[in-house]
Design a protein around this ligand. Sequence first.
Ligand code: FMN
Ligand code: FE2
Ligand code: FE2
Length: 398
Amino acid sequence: MEKLQKIGDRIYWKCVNDRRKALFENMWPLPYGVSYNSYLIRDEKCALMDTVEAGSDRGYADWVDQVLEGRPLDYLVVHHMELDHSGEIVELLHRHPEMKIVGNQKTFKVLGAYFGCNDRLMEVKDGETLSLGHHTLKFVFTPWVHWPETMMSYDLTEGVLFTGDAFGMFGALDGGRFDDQVEFAPHYETEMRRYYSNIVGKYSAMVQKALEKLSGVEVATICPLHGLVWRHNPSQVIGLYDRWSRYEAEAGVTIIYASMYDNTARMADYIACGLADRGVRKIRVHDISKTHLSYLLNDLWLYRGVMLGSCAYNMQMFPLMENLTRELEHIGLKNRYLGLFGTFSWNGGGVKNLNAFSERIGWESVAAAAEIHGVPHAEKRASCDLLVESMAARLLQA
Ligand SMILES: Cc1cc2nc3c(=O)[nH]c(=O)nc-3n(C[C@H](O)[C@H](O)[C@H](O)COP(=O)(O)O)c2cc1C
Ligand SMILES: [Fe+2]
Ligand SMILES: [Fe+2]
């Protein structure tokens, strides 16, 4: 029998730490693992809030039984249908013949496609309530944070907000489970921003809509599907989401370069040192061939300044840089200052295509791109100096 973790009197919480999985969505690195949260409200009626990834914990369904102590499980509320939370649905349907799945019309379309469930469904509308006895849940639709059918449940009785993936994070929970039990920064904050920038950031406008919708709601506790539960200071994490979804950023610079033989890399280092000499204190330099997109996006979300450098490669920019620029357009990151640089041997191609990217993304360009033929010797660096001065001035004036 495992020791049960509770939130308040009647809400039970199962946190599955998964340190084995290497890549979230088979793409995003998990050096510190990830956790899946599931909550069970044991009231006159019993309601489970989402499940966990299939196979992530062999004892999950037994935990549900342990909490229920022989009582029926009346509801499973599905806040979004991604498989990292819906993995145990079939097992639960089997074990609990009385259980109804609570979701919205769009939830059920996806549910049917994955598990073929077409009955035992209870459709709810935006703003509708469901009484469990002591607790009453209100369903708040927050579409596209980050799936179309996403909704949250707000417990009117105790102010507990079940938020789905919103306010979640990468990284398993290393002991502390609640916000007041851990040092949030830098570790958990970084993993939360990485999750935001990698998974949710594309839908920032919808995050803003969701926050607006929740603005009048008094939230005592935030229960996300990944990571810490916020019982002490939920406004801290609401503030972070507000900031990130407005594309607000710090006065720092992310420098990302693509280089085969280090000429473009030397420009990156020269630019970084120049920025530091002019008083910019927050600078990160990344070799795009070494650092995964996940971490690049994390820094790009943090700092207002962006410097991208590429060697020319078959009349184009370096393929990995092209991938990054395409991803940035796709995600729609906004409000950044941009500086570009690169080297070439023949007719170029790197900087030319970076300039085309600059036109498309529409960020404020701080100065003309610095493009150098061959080795970036000292006498060829005037354009770099101008870039550095302009970027530093733009950042530090704010
Ligand atoms: C596979 C390959 C393709 C290249 N394509 C171009 C090109 O299309 N245009 C150009 O001007 N130089 C091209 N170059 C030359 C490099 O862009 C040039 O040497 C550059 O300075 C290398 O920068 P790096 O030292 O940062 O890798 C190419 C080099 C290689 C190895
Ligand atoms: Fe998700
Ligand atoms: Fe998730």
